[in-house]
Design a protein around this ligand. Structure first.
Ligand code: MRU
Length: 352
């Protein structure tokens, strides 16, 4: 597999900055954006320059370092840290990796009772650890899931759960990359994923870069492609998984899961442990981001709906656990999906 460019990276030491691929410009331009303030990071997350649950977590962790690194007053450092963390919490509501990473950063700072420079260094260490762990989790998810794929299969995916959505090779796409590395020739169908086209713009781009055979379809074509017998497996990522396995992912995922059930096609979710929110009993409690109506009523800045028309634009939906054949994690495959199998799997160490 051809190597993919790094989605997000810490540049320098202390002080340093974050360099990330500006995903709003893909697939036509591969450009990097330098984020030197916490406001830059917040804006990059909010406007989907960096997106995908694990990558959002890594960006937030690095954003904390960017936000506190210049603060020189020990007496007000804790207040500044809280201000930065609270601000980043407001960037996007659904992907739990954001809150998980920010909590880790807060705990890391609290554990150091030394001078300011040591606290800052500990925060940088923690952000880099979150990034490195994410890379390892992607690798392990790929290995756990690759066995589910047989050579010659057609695999449908929705949105982008690949290298662009993580610090590593992705979640759903990590499974596809691992199967390809095992020598299995597979074909991927990428739902275009309206309204922001993460499937057409990002998944198709990164699979093409990696040399994987990919076909883009409009979201509305998935049923027909399944009935034609072209898809034997569906794999998607996740933004938040509740304790019972209900899974929030990009809007449209629930429909794909229903279609897969209707056509008797296995539907898998791939996600690291950082995407589980065991504090929520079911998907009904997952906060769903509502985004700007213009994302639906305009395409490339051009109106595609009448001025002033009402628009509904939830960024995510929730797929009930009963539609999910299994969840592929770095610690193993959760199958069947229920509270007990989830707890048992997450208690196990990651597969190397
Ligand atoms: O709005 P986005 O592009 O951040 O939504 C991303 C998704 O829904 C992904 O499928 C999910 O975050 C998993 S990424 C490994």
């Amino acid at each position: 597999m051809k190597p993919l460019p790094r989605t997000i990276e810490w540049i320098g030491d202390l002080p340093g900055f974050v360099r990330l691929i500006d995903q709003t410009l893909l697939p036509t331009r591969l450009e990097y954006r330098e984020c030197t303030s916490v406001e830059d990071i917040w804006e990059a997350i909010r406007s989907l320059r960096v997106r995908g649950a694990p990558a959002i977590g890594v960006a937030a962790a690095m954003g904390v370092v960017v936000g506190v690194q210049a603060h020189a007053d020990a007496a007000t450092f804790a207040a500044r840290l809280k201000e930065v963390v609270d601000f980043l919490r407001t960037s996007r509501p659904t992907a739990v990796n954001l809150f998980w990473a920010l909590e880790r950063m807060e705990k890391a700072a609290l554990a150091v009772r030394a001078n300011l420079e040591n606290v800052k260094r500990r925060l940088l260490q923690e952000a880099l650890a979150i990034e490195a762990e994410d890379r390892r989790m992607c690798q392990a998810i790929g290995q756990v899931g690759a066995g589910l794929i047989k050579a010659g299969q057609g695999i449908l995916t929705h949105c982008n759960a690949g290298s662009l959505a993580t610090a590593g090779t992705g979640t759903a796409l990590a499974v596809i990359y691992a199967a390809a590395e095992d020598g299995k020739i597979i074909h991927v169908f990428a739902d275009e994923t309206r309204p922001l086209l993460q499937g057409a713009r990002l998944t198709a781009w990164e699979l093409q870069q990696a040399g994987i055979d990919v076909t883009v379809i409009c979201d509305s074509m998935a049923a027909q492609v399944m009935r034609d017998g072209k898809v034997q497996l569906v794999i998607v990522g996740a933004d938040r998984i509740a304790a019972n396995g209900d899974t929030a992912n990009k809007i449209g995922t629930y429909g794909v899961a229903l279609l897969a059930r209707a056509h008797n096609i296995p539907f898998y979710v791939a996600a690291p442990s950082s995407t589980f929110d065991l504090a929520l009993a079911s998907g009904a409690e997952i906060p769903i981001e509502q985004r700007d109506p213009r994302e639906v009523s305009e395409v490339l800045g051009q109106a595609v709906a009448p001025e002033g028309v009402r628009v509904y634009n939830p960024a995510f939906d929730v797929t009930p656990a009963e539609l999910i054949s299994g969840i592929i994690t770095e610690s193993g495959l959760i199958r069947p999906v229920n509270p007990a199998t989830i707890c048992a799997c997450l208690a196990r160490p990651a597969q190397a």
